[in-house]
Ligand binder design. Structure first.
Ligand SMILES: *Cc1c(COP(=O)(O)O)cnc(C)c1O
Length: 363
């Protein structure tokens, strides 16, 4: 098999070393004679895997001790409902920042439970920028503020973390599905962070929730047991069977991140990789990226070709060059290159080389 580079937005490429280790341990994990898939989630082997994962995550992301880490299922989409169900308490409103398709889905779900105040939106420019904090029109009686730190489809990223006074009573909630652990992070600014694993953490099937302890325990009446954060906190994410294999692979990914040198180093690599591709997009009149410069995503880079009639040829030839899954989201067309942590610099270099050749052939 020749080397390919996978630019999928999710489920996305995993570090090769992680897949190799998973292969080596597939039939016999650490001399247990079992595959991780076959282990009791309450046995000592799996308990050590999930504890390691939590410790590594706490160290990498600097998670304060008054935050709980939960390993749940149902994808990031389940959190669109779980958040209002648990954080509204006796309030009737929540603030949402609308920066694209994932924000919109979160908003649509929240509307089932409360009045959603769109505190800021970039819809006026087709979701090509991230409204600055001074543009957020927040409600005093909102139960929480929700934003999407990286819009996976539109390629818009908040390259700054919202900053509220430490004694602010309205918790900040972030959907970090597609940029978690891609940059350094100050967890203490947030009430709740969630992320589906299949973008930048591991395989599909796991959703990570980091929640400030005091926010859990107040579900709306009628909240299903499985949708109550406190149930999962009390049971260490083992109220029911957690997604064990996804947890194991995510654990390997975090060990790999530690080996890379932690989030500061990983962030530097991500800045470098994204800059390589944006430089090409900005210096070419063949390719175009619609996103405002200061809000461009390091993780998901959408771009169009001068003539959409060339899209098919571009994708076909890219694939022949080992550059796969570059097709843009069906709703926006064009191309999208996702450069998550697992994408090596070499993959970006090869993509750029190919893009230059393609544009000079079709200029
Ligand atoms: C992919 C994605 C989701 C949805 O994740 P699922 O695991 O499919 O539910 C939500 N938010 C963002 C930002 C995403 O990228």
């Amino acid at each position: 098999m020749s080397q390919i580079y996978n630019f999928s937005a999710g489920p996305a490429a995993l570090p090769k070393e992680v897949l190799q280790q998973a292969r080596d341990e597939m039939l016999d994990w650490h001399g247990s004679g079992m595959s991780v898939m076959e282990m009791s989630h309450r046995g000592k082997e799996f308990m050590s895997i999930i504890e390691d994962l939590e410790n590594d995550l706490r160290n990498l992301a600097g998670i304060p001790s008054n935050y709980k880490v939960l390993f749940l299922q149902g994808g990031a989409s389940s959190q669109f409902a779980m958040i209002p169900m648990n954080l509204l308490r006796d309030k009737k409103k929540a603030d949402y920042i609308n920066t694209g398709q994932w924000s919109e889905k979160a908003i649509k779900e929240a509307k089932k439970y409360c009045t959603v105040n769109i505190a800021a939106s970039s819809e006026d420019a087709k979701f090509t920028y991230a409204p600055t904090q001074d543009q957020w029109r927040l409600n005093d009686d909102a139960a929480y503020i929700h934003y999407t730190s990286n819009e996976t489809i539109g390629g818009v990223e908040f390259n700054w973390a919202p900053d509220f006074p430490m004694d602010s009573e309205v918790p900040l909630v972030a959907d970090m599905s597609s940029n978690i652990l891609s940059r350094s992070l100050d967890v203490s600014r947030y009430g709740l962070i969630y992320a589906g694993a299949q973008k930048n953490l591991g395989p599909a099937g796991l959703v990570l929730v980091i929640i400030r302890e005091d926010l859990a325990g107040f579900p709306l009446p009628g909240t299903p047991t499985l949708f109550d954060y406190m149930v999962h906190i009390k049971n260490d994410s083992m109220y029911n069977t957690p997604p064990t294999y996804a947890i194991y692979i995510t654990g390997l990914v975090l060990k790999w991140l530690k080996q890379q040198g932690g989030l500061t180093v990983v962030e530097q690599n991500n800045i470098h990789k994204a800059a390589l591709l944006y430089d090409l997009l900005d210096t070419s009149d063949f390719y175009h990226c619609p996103v405002a410069k200061q809000d461009r995503s390091r993780m998901n880079i959408p771009f169009t070709l001068k003539d959409p009639a060339l899209d098919e040829a571009f994708l076909k030839q890219a694939e022949a060059n080992g550059l796969v899954q570059l097709k843009g989201h069906r709703s926006v067309g064009g191309m999208r290159a996702s450069l998550y942590n697992a994408m090596p610099v070499e993959g970006v270099v090869q993509l750029i080389t190919f893009m230059k050749e393609f544009s000079s052939k079709h200029a």
